[in-house]
Design a protein around this ligand. Sequence first.
Ligand code: HEC
Length: 147
Amino acid sequence: MSIIRITMAAVAHARALPLTLAIVITAFAATPASAQGPSGNQWVAPERASHRTNPTPVTAEAVKRGSDLFRRDCEQCHGKSGHGDGPQSGSLQPRPADLASERVQLQSEGAIFWKISEGRGMMPRATLNESEKWSVIAYLRTLATPR
Ligand code: HEC
């Protein structure tokens, strides 16, 4: 049992390695300010949660549903395009994250799922069911700032 679990963990690590390297390289290439969270201390999802993946296919319908939920539950803080500039953002400390930024977009969907589920400080725990959360994440991916 435990040997199987260890083996599975090792396989997951091996798969994640190129991605981890890419993130580490990007973090080093970025300026110190952009490598930090809005609060100045990074918000890092636990390793295990970060490996979680969306169990449902990302369809145009799911993205549309995510967009509607984002407008209802997230836009007031994160802004229409996710840049952290919603009408409520000015009163928040730390400021809401720029969800279109490379720093957020490079995170795995599992890590984002975990953050939305847990919340931190001024970022509330989302009152969405699992499938709604995956839809919102599918929509978030469309906000990535073009490079
Ligand atoms: C009341 C304002 C508010 C609402 C509503 C809100 N957020 Fe946030 N969000 C924040 C703030 C503030 C932070 C920064 C928290 C921190 O770093 O301590 C944040 C951080 C995040 C992060 C983490 C980014 C990082 O630093 O890695 C994600 C992802 C996120 N929000 C997604 C969402 C989604 C999706 C919704 C809607 C379901 C949402 N938020 C609703 C205020 C809000």
